[in-house]
Design a protein around this ligand. Structure first.
Ligand code: NAD
Length: 267
C-alpha cells in the first residue's frame, strides 16, 4: 500500500528535492504540493519544479485542494508550519515537520497537537544524523562528564536560523544524557576577553557560507586527546528521502508526538 503525501512549501530548496524523492520512493504516492498565494510557482508543474520534466500535476495555493493526501510533509517557515499544524488538526491529517528554529514554547504547541494527530518533529531527517544523535548519547555517557564539549555547524548562505536545529538537538541530546539544562549551560559564540571555560558549558559555533548543505561536529576534548563526531551532508536528497521514510512510518502510527529516533527504531 502506498502512502499518499502532499508537500508543503514545494517550491523551496527542500521542497523541490521532496518532490523528486516522493516520485522516486516506491511506497509513496505524490498527491500535490503547496506554494504561497503570491508565489510565481502557483499552478506550476511539480515535475518542472523538481527539474525532472512535466508530470501533469500542478502546485496549489490552498491546502483544501490536497485533502486526498494522508500525510503532509512541511518544510516551510516557522509561522507557516504553526498555521499548517492547526489545519492538519482540524482535518485529521498526519504531519511530518522538517521546518527548524522553533522556540521551546512552539515545540510544546507541536507536542500538544500530538493529542489529535500523528506528528513528527524532525529538525534533521537524515538517517546518518539520527545515528549521530545515538553516538552522542553513548559518548556523553562514557566521557562527557570530564571532557569539554563544543558543537560546530556550517550551512549555506541562505539559512536563516542559527544555530541549526540539528546543532541544538545535538546539544539537547548531550545535555539530557549528562543531566544538564541546555538553557543554562549553552554558550552561543564567544568574543573579547572571557572567563576560562567552565566544564559544564556546551559551546556552539556557526558558519554560514556559500552552498554548504550541512556539516555538524561535536568535540569531546580532554587534555592530550579529543574525540570528534562529524556528519557531513553533500545533497539535500538525503533529507528528502529520510522525510519519505518518516511519512511512511507515520502513516501507520497512532496519534502522538514522535521524532526520527522513533522512525528509525533507535529508542
Ligand atoms: P526555502 O526558503 O528554500 O523553502 C521554504 C519554502 O516554503 C519557500 O519556497 C516558501 O515560499 C515556502 N512557503 C512559506 N510559506 C508558505 C506558505 N504559507 N504556503 C506555501 N509555501 C510556503 O527553505 P529550505 O532550505 O527549503 O528550508 C525550509 C525549512 O526546512 C527551513 O526551516 C530549514 O531549516 C529546514 N530544513 C530542514 C531539514 C531537515 O532535515 N529537517 C533539512 C533542510 C532544511
Amino acid at each position: 500500500m502506498k502512502v499518499k503525501v502532499a508537500i508543503l512549501g514545494c517550491s523551496g530548496r527542500m521542497g523541490r528535492n521532496l518532490i523528486q524523492a516522493a516520485l522516486e520512493h516506491e511506497s509513496v504516492e505524490l498527491i500535490g504540493g503547496s506554494v504561497r498565494d503570491s508565489s510565481p510557482f502557483a499552478n506550476f508543474d511539480l515535475g518542472e519544479l523538481a527539474g525532472i520534466g512535466a508530470i501533469g500535476q500542478k502546485t496549489s495555493t490552498e491546502l483544501d485542494n490536497l485533502l486526498d493526501a494522508d500525510v503532509f510533509i512541511d518544510f516551510t517557515s516557522i509561522e507557516t508550519t504553526l498555521e499548517n499544524i492547526k489545519w492538519c488538526q482540524s482535518h485529521n491529517k498526519a504531519l511530518v515537520i522538517g521546518t527548524t528554529g522553533f522556540s521551546d514554547e512552539q515545540v510544546n504547541e507541536i507536542k500538544s497537537a500530538g493529542r489529535d494527530i500523528p506528528v513528527i518533529l524532525a529538525p534533521n531527517t537524515s538517517v546518518g544524523v539520527n545515528l549521530m544523535f545515538k553516538l552522542l548519547e553513548i559518548t556523553s555517557k562514557a566521557i562527557g562528564d570530564y571532557t569539554d564539549i563544543e558543537i560546530f555547524e556550517a550551512h549555506h548562505r541562505f539559512k536563516k536560523d542559527a544555530p541549526s536545529g540539528t546543532a541544538v538537538k545535538m546539544g539537547q541530546v548531550i545535555a539530557d544524557t549528562l543531566g544538564r539544562d541546555l538553557n543554562k549551560v549553552a554558550v552561543y559564540g564567544r568574543e573579547g576577553i572571557t572567563e576560562e571555560r567552565s566544564r559544564e558549558t556546551i559551546g556552539f559555533a556557526t558558519v554560514r557560507a556559500g552552498d554548504i548543505v550541512g556539516e555538524h561536529t561535536a568535540y569531546f576534548a580532554d587534555l592530550g586527546e579529543r574525540l570528534e563526531i562529524t556528519h557531513k551532508a553533500s545533497s539535500r536528497m538525503t533529507f528528502a528521502l529520510g522525510a519519505m521514510r518518516a511519512a511512511f512510518w507515520l502513516s501507520e502510527a497512532d496519534n502522538g508526538y514522535y521524532d526520527m529516533q522513533d522512525v528509525l527504531g533507535l529508542k
